[in-house]
Ligand binder design. Structure first.
Ligand SMILES: [Zn+2]
Length: 371
């Protein structure tokens, strides 16, 4: 990070040192929006915006809910400044296979298609967007530049401010500035303390916007786990350390929120499909129970999911021999003669099939946790 800023400095020093009077005030609000606009204009020249309307709409819908919260609610900042300055947030999806997202000052937020493919739920996507919203809402770039100014005798921030407040008369310098800000935000992130602050505040923004903050946790966990094995491009430079994962987990727990990873990931889930007067419960894509009573099918799926969440053991799933399937004092299904007829089987066999299907899920999950 420092290296980049020093290199900005040297470029600026060469190109603009004599051109501007130093004014060391980069303030939050209009100047930072201007700074973001410059960088966004440069970014626009180098990116390919995704054409898929559904993808754009998904990101925009989630992003705008979070932006609304950020524009109305002050959340404590551990890095940067919490002061609320309403921004006109924009969310742009870029055609790029690298798993990445970044934000520029003033609320210009970018998400790669690689990240969209990586997330397993809207909650996970909301976690990423809330993190990026925080970088803008907590004015991380302004803070970073001010910090940089403190440690550097040569006033980097003053140079940048002079250019920004000077009204952009020198287009070459503005172009350099825009590109450099873009590089900082995209490649280097904002530094570890800023990353932690963005995780903390993201959890609050998510809760207030109606998303499950466990989505941020499962995203970080999977990224931390996979990053050693898969080349996720830009995230090589954003190590998701164990501490970041642990603190997200701690904060969510402190808020009294249940950590149920099944709800924010593509973990195996029993589902119900109703058509032609028949409701079918599926598990891992296979039909395991068919009944004319939709409420019975819904109850079966619900109980199966609860049992999977409760880490039911295979031997706990019991049959009564006449169509009943039970576990942990709950009824999974009670196969009736009519149900059995729909499935073309006996009651006892149909019940046994349900038991086997759940055992198969437990077995595959056990294999998954072994490597
Ligand atoms: Zn970040």
């Amino acid at each position: 990070m420092k290296k980049i800023l020093i290199s900005i400095l040297s470029i600026l020093a060469l190109s603009a040192m004599c051109a501007f009077a130093a004014s060391s005030e980069i303030e939050i609000g209009e100047p930072e929006v201007q700074m973001g606009k410059e960088a966004a204009a440069e970014t626009a020249k180098t990116i390919k915006v995704v054409a898929d309307e559904a993808v754009n709409k998904r990101v925009k819908t989630i992003g705008e809910k979070l932006a609304k919260v950020a524009n109305e609610t002050e959340i404590k900042a551990f890095y940067g400044t919490a002061e609320v300055v309403p921004f006109e947030y924009s969310f742009t999806v870029i055609e790029d296979k690298e798993v990445n997202a970044y934000s520029l000052p003033g609320g210009f937020i970018y998400v790669h298609t690689g990240l969209i493919d990586f997330v397993q739920s809207d909650d996970e996507l909301a976690g990423v967007l809330a993190h990026e919203v925080t970088h803008a809402a907590h004015h991380h770039m302004v803070y970073l530049l001010k910090q940089q100014e403190k440690v550097s005798n040569v006033t980097t921030a003053a140079m940048l401010a002079a250019m920004l407040l000077g009204g952009g008369s020198d287009s070459t310098s503005n172009l350099i500035l825009g590109m450099q800000l873009f590089q900082i935000a995209k490649v280097n992130g904002y530094g570890m303390n800023a990353e932690r602050d963005a995780d903390y505040a993201a959890i609050d923004y998510m809760i207030k916007a109606g998303y499950n903050p466990v989505g941020l946790l499962t995203f970080l966990e999977r990224l931390a786990k996979d990053i050693e094995f898969v080349d996720y491009g830009i995230y090589r430079n954003h190590p998701i350390d164990a501490e970041r994962v642990a603190s997200a987990k701690r904060i969510i727990t402190e808020k009294g929120i249940d950590i149920n990873r099944r709800q924010t990931t593509k973990a195996i889930c029993a589902e119900v499909k109703t058509e032609g007067g028949k409701s079918t419960v599926t598990l891992q894509g296979s039909a395991i129970y068919v009944t004319a009573a939709e409420d019975k099918a819904n109850a079966t799926a619900k109980v199966i999911n609860e049992l999977l969440d409760a880490k039911v053991k295979a031997h706990e799933i019991k049959l009564d021999g006449s169509g009943g399937v039970f576990a942990k004092g709950k009824t999974i299904a009670n196969v009736t003669d009519e149900d059995a007829k729909l499935m073309g089987d006996t009651k006892a066999n149909a019940a046994k099939n349900i038991q086997t299907a759940i055992k198969n899920v437990l077995f595959s999950q056990m294999l998954e946790t072994m490597h």
